[in-house]
Design a protein around this ligand. Sequence first.
Ligand SMILES: NC(=O)c1ccc[n+]([C@@H]2O[C@H](COP(=O)([O-])OP(=O)(O)OC[C@H]3O[C@@H](n4cnc5c(N)ncnc54)[C@H](O)[C@@H]3O)[C@@H](O)[C@H]2O)c1
Length: 347
Amino acid sequence: MTAKVRVGIVGTGGIARARHLPCLTENESAELVGLCDIKPDVLKKAGDDFDVAARYTDYLEMYDNENLDAVVVCTPNDVHAPATIAALERGINVLCEKPMALDPTEGEAMLAAAEKSGKLLTFGFHYRHMPEVMAARRVVDSGELGDVYMVRVQALRRRGIPSWGTFVHKHIQGGGAMIDFGVHLLDSALWLMGNPKAIEVTASLSQRLGKSPNVNTWGDWNYQEFTVEDQVAAFVRFENGVTMMLECAWAINIPESRENISLSGTKAGLEVFPLSVNKADHEMLTTWKPDWIADAKLDPGAHQAAEFVNAVRTGGTVVTKPSQALQVTRIVDAMYRSAESGEAVKL
Ligand SMILES: NC(=O)c1ccc[n+]([C@@H]2O[C@H](COP(=O)([O-])OP(=O)(O)OC[C@H]3O[C@@H](n4cnc5c(N)ncnc54)[C@H](O)[C@@H]3O)[C@@H](O)[C@H]2O)c1
């Protein structure tokens, strides 16, 4: 393909305005040709601000009228599967925001639609496009850590409950802190681990701080309709013998918010945020930290958009495969089932 990639956006709310609309506008190989949102005022503002004339309140009409090469799905989670599958069925490549879907059944249908269509399907796990995560992957690939056998994942906000959109509604989002925020760190951790198969998940969750008015650095949220979890603790075993401990919260009483992935291997350990490698060698315990990281100034959203647009143009590949996104959805779903039953869930 030599012409610009013709892109449409489904859902022109928070993440579309903050990331996809600006990144695609700036990408010289992409052309924004259509926008869709069920809220006419939101649609008008996005269309006016980003100078896109073709506007729709029904994504099927946009798919059928605009001769799209690609679409970015930025709706609440319950629309990810239907909007993605309908696009793939029409031969349109898809970048869908995270999480993949509400549950593994939807995710499997999305994967099957991608395989049947032969079109590209990828997901907005933009943490994989962060300089520290890409650098961590280079360290892991070099073999410097030896055999990684223990992984710790932290996605902890002291007070950061999303106050816009539909994030607190279980039937629309499928869950709360874990399916919204924890998935980023879980996805990057799995990618750094080489995506081994998870075989057993144990988890507990709470719905405490989100259900009553409280301090929140992200503004007032709808605590009266809060039907999701605000915190998850989980223990995951993998087929290759690796163990993962995961902590996630939108709101929890800790001194400061913390995001990190920590890999412990037989030769060295690695922390991702901030990046460091720790070793025991030459009669010393050492920790090295990078003075400079390649692409340190790179914007993860722009990098993700460029990768997607380039893959659509050239038939190239993307870093986030649908089977890996489905693995994240399966593990998150197992966490919710384990928390509900009080039992370990086998996968
Ligand atoms: N990658 C990230 O870091 C990141 C950050 C924020 C949100 N997200 C994801 O992006 C998605 C949207 O989040 P948001 O913060 O933009 O929410 P939002 O509520 O601000 O925007 C969603 C928009 O989708 C529209 N919409 C709903 N149903 C629709 C339909 N059937 N057709 C067309 N439009 C429809 C809504 O009217 C709304 O304007 C969620 O899945 C969320 O998990 C990802």
